[in-house]
Structure formats: structure tokens, C-alpha cells
Ligand binder design. Structure first.
Ligand SMILES: O=C(O)CCC(=O)C(=O)O
Length: 287
């Protein structure tokens, strides 16, 4: 075991005890910290891709109370699937992603935060507006990241997610907006937030990165990186994305104005660490 300090991103990175055989190579970790986003190839095997697809089909056939009502536009979403389906529970608690998160955001302990489904049916035109995630979430701290797992082949035709490289380090908190086509149920305005920039209107002004993915590939990204996706213009291919969010030791409960009600947890006091079985430890496994 040796201590390594990685601080290439401008973020205040904690020290990280690295195992002799790191689960993620150093170059990937450095790119993740500098760019705010990185593609991880083949992190979910074919059997698990199939099991997750079956879980998605079950959720879409009989949506949980936490499903989002996007169906009419061909965009189906939902969150906290792992609390409702054993297949997702087994995956988020048992996969190696917790170990990846530990290495990538530099926390000895990793907890499950929540999971989220984003299905764009063939031809579903609805975009996901440019946003960063953490303003939606009632948590503070730096060690917050997602793995967006492709359950279909993903490319420019079916609405791959795009990211503004390095924007996680801006420390700019953008006002959440609903992903639904109308803003009837939009988020409460937080006076400390600013409007998200209109990236679509001025794409050349931004360093936009995106990744073509095969089923089982994942995109790892910080919760503060600016991202969005266009509609699925491919008439023959769905775009099923399953995102799993993990948190590290520096995260505190922070139910700010404008955060998503569905993610509030009344058992925690504002400012409390997330040390509750509601957010179980996924790494180290023995914990
Ligand atoms: O799947 C998409 O198009 C958007 C995903 C997203 O915004 C997220 O995972 O935070």
C-alpha cells in the first residue's frame, strides 16, 4: 500500500490509499479529474447487461411510484429503481462500481446514493436540457459521481449524452429545470443559483465531449459537470441509459431550496454526514 496524492483538476482532492492493483488505471483517474468525465469500456458484462435490460422492461411495464411521467414523449425515466427491484439492488450494491468510485473520487468509503433510468424510445425527440446534477441533489461535498451505463449501442443518432469538458471545476451552480416538455412542475428557484448557459445556442463556445458506447460501457462523470443530450433521431434504436450515483466521505445532507423532493430524506439533519443504512456502504465490501 502506498499513499498517492492526485490533484490535477484544481479540486481539493483528499489523499487516496491505492491498492497495489488499482481497479482503474492512473491515466483514467487523471483524465476523469481534469475533464470531469471519462468513458469506461466494458465495465458491465453481457449477462448483467441482459439482466439490467430485463429490469428496465419490468419497470416500464409496471412503473414504480418514483417513475417520471415522460412516457407520452417516448422518454421514460425513474429513480431509486434499486429500492423497488431486486435486480437493480443486487447490481448497485454488488458491482465493482463502488470500488471504481473510491479510486476515482478518492474516498476510502463509498455509499450508494441513488440510481436513475433514462430511456429514449426510437424517434423520441425530447432533449435533456444542459444542466449539472448536484444543484438538483440535497447534498454538499465534492465526492459525488455517476456511472451512466449504456444498455444499447449509443452514438450521435440516438441521443448520446454530451459534456462540457472541465466544467465540473467551474463551481457554478445552475438552476435545475424539469426534463419534461412543459415546465409546469419546475423546480423552486434558488436565489444562490444561476441560469444554465444556453450551450445549444453557442456550441462552438464550449469544449463539448461525447462518447460512442457499446452495451456495457459506462460514462463516469462528476455531479458538477455540465451535460445534456439531444433527442433520439434514430428510428430503429432505443437508447437505454442506467445511471448509478455514488457518494464519498465528504458528502453532507444539504436540503437546499430547489433540490428534488424525491431525494429528500427527513431522517437526516441538515449538515449531517450520510452515515445511515438508507445510503448503504458499497465499498469497502467488508464494511
Ligand atoms: O440520459 C440522459 O440523456 C441524461 C442523463 C443525465 O442527465 C444524468 O445521468 O445525469
Amino acid at each position: 500500500m502506498s499513499d498517492t496524492v492526485l490533484d490535477r483538476s484544481g479540486l481539493d482532492q483528499p489523499r487516496l490509499d491505492r491498492p497495489a492493483q488499482p481497479v482503474v488505471d492512473e491515466e483514467t483517474i487523471e483524465r476523469f479529474r481534469a475533464d470531469g468525465v471519462v468513458a469506461l469500456r466494458n465495465v458491465v458484462d453481457a449477462e448483467w447487461v441482459e439482466r439490467l435490460r430485463e429490469g428496465v422492461a419490468a419497470e416500464m411495464a409496471s412503473p414504480s411510484p418514483t417513475a417520471h411521467a415522460y412516457e407520452s414523449t417516448g422518454f421514460f425515466g425513474g429513480l431509486d429503481l434499486w429500492r423497488n427491484h431486486s435486480v437493480f439492488e443486487e447490481f448497485v450494491l454488488g458491482s465493482r462500481l463502488g470500488e471504481y468510485a473510491s479510486a476515482m473520487f478518492g474516498s476510502p468509503t463509498v455509499r450508494m446514493y441513488y440510481d436513475q433510468l433514462f430511456v429514449k424510445a426510437p424517434g423520441a425527440s425530447q432533449p435533456v436540457p444542459w444542466h449539472n446534477d448536484q444543484p438538483y441533489w440535497p447534498i454538499s461535498g465534492r465526492q459525488v459521481m455517476s456511472f451512466w451505463i449504456a444498455l444499447d449501442e449509443v452514438d450521435a443518432t440516438n441521443g448520446r449524452v454530451e459534456y462540457v469538458r472541465g466544467s465540473h471545476a467551474w463551481d457554478r451552480w445552475f438552476q435545475p429545470r424539469t426534463f419534461a416538455p412543459t415546465n409546469a412542475h419546475d423546480y423552486t428557484q434558488n436565489p444562490d443559483y444561476e441560469p444554465a448557459p444556453d450551450v445549444e445556442a453557442d456550441r462552438d463556445a464550449y469544449d463539448i465531449v461525447s462518447f460512442d458506447l457499446q452495451p456495457g460501457d459506462a460514462i463516469a462523470f462528476w455531479a458538477m459537470v455540465l451535460h445534456g443530450s439531444r433527442g433520439n433521431s434514430n428510428p430503429g434504436r432505443a437508447r437505454r441509459g442506467y445511471a448509478v450515483r455514488y457518494i464519498g466521505d465528504d458528502v453532507r445532507y444539504d436540503p437546499r431550496i430547489g433540490t428534488a423532493d424525491a431525494l429528500h430524506y427527513a431522517e437526516l439533519e441538515p449538515g449531517a454526514p450520510m452515515a445511515t443504512d438508507h445510503y448503504p456502504i458499497v465499498w469497502p465490501r467488508s464494511a
